[in-house]
Design a protein around this ligand. Structure first.
Ligand SMILES: NC(=O)c1ccc[n+]([C@@H]2O[C@H](COP(=O)([O-])OP(=O)(O)OC[C@H]3O[C@@H](n4cnc5c(N)ncnc54)[C@H](OP(=O)(O)O)[C@@H]3O)[C@@H](O)[C@H]2O)c1
Length: 278
């Protein structure tokens, strides 16, 4: 495997690629959101994760359109919110996201969750396929999909499978069954809430490992996800923490420390879990 760098990209099953490391912007609002994206770009980030639900696509687009680097060099993801499932609503909502962000295309569009039920999510997924054909989005994927939801896509849209599944994932919640199913179909895994929304950064079991490398717990948690081969999108609006979270490409967790962290599985997460929905 080539050495990890801040711009290292993973090849996706549709031929596109995604920077493995990015910035989450849930709860980042207004000028603070624009500033945090500009700070992140200055620190080397090339990937931003937003969603219709976050109500900051306008700010994300504003930041991208006023950035110091070209649009094509930043990977931007958004997501269809649950209330926009169904073919027509999802199509309208993607157009609305593009309009709000003032972008010509998104690099990736996901269904935020499978919660609205089978019929509506399959129709929403069909809207993603059409949006890709129309050039509005470059790649399509899902979020919070469990193994049975992925099987459903394999059954209904075998030629247009999602490039990735964005799920809560950390050493404490490793999602073995979902990861296995994704690997079976060459669907990349993307970790959200890698810091447990900040709850994991004071835990002694992470700090003990971090001290060995003179790194912070947050840096170790993010690095663990990358070394597992997944995509990761830690969120921060704080300039120092945006830099800190990106300062993880000058060390490597040893095999033993990866294993130590791998033993922290608890079987439960810290946020919503739609992966088990019908
Ligand atoms: N698809 C989904 O259902 C879903 C669900 C949740 C999240 N996401 C995506 O994943 C992204 C990340 O997940 P998340 O926002 O839930 O949680 P997270 O990245 O695990 O944690 C973010 C929290 O940790 C704090 N933090 C960041 N860096 C830190 C550091 N170095 N030291 C101490 N605290 C730090 C942040 O505060 P400051 O901002 O003050 O630094 C913020 O409160 C989201 O922003 C969103 O894009 C997707």
């Amino acid at each position: 495997m080539p050495p990890l760098t801040i711009t290292a990209a993973l090849a996706l099953r549709d031929g596109a690629s995604i920077p493995q490391f990015g910035l989450g912007v849930y709860l980042a609002k207004g000028s603070a959101c624009v500033e945090s994206i500009h700070n992140a770009i200055a620190a080397g980030y090339r990937h931003v994760d937003t969603a219709q639900w976050y109500e900051n696509e306008a700010e994300v687009g504003q930041a991208i359109n006023s950035a110091s680097i070209p649009r094509k060099d930043i990977f931007v993801t958004s997501k269809v919110w649950d209330t926009n499932h169904g073919y027509e609503p999802a199509t309208r909502s993607i157009d609305e996201s593009l309009r709000k962000a003032k972008l010509d295309y998104f690099d990736l569009f996901l269904l935020h969750s499978p919660n609205p039920g089978k019929e509506k999510r399959l129709e929403a997924y069909r809207a993603l396929i059409a949006a890709k054909k129309a050039g509005k989005v470059k790649s399509i994927g899902v979020s919070n999909y469990g193994p049975h939801h992925i099987d459903e896509l394999v059954q209904h849209y075998p030629d247009d499978l999602p490039v990735l599944n964005q799920i809560e994932l950390s050493p404490f919640f490793q999602r073995g069954e979902i990861v296995k199913k994704c690997k079976e179909h060459n669907i990349a895994v993307e970790s959200y809430s890698p810091l447990g929304k900040g709850q994991f950064v004071d835990l002694p079991e992470i700090r003990d490992v971090a001290n060995k490398y003179k790194k912070s717990a947050a840096q170790v948690l993010i690095r663990w996800v990358l070394q597992m081969g997944y995509i990761v999108i830690p969120k921060s609006s704080n300039p120092a923490r945006i830099k800190e979270n990106a300062d993880i490409f000058d060390f490597e967790l040893s095999k033993e420390d990866m294993e130590t962290l791998g033993k922290l599985e608890t079987g439960s997460g810290i946020t919503w879990d739609p992966t088990k929905s019908a």
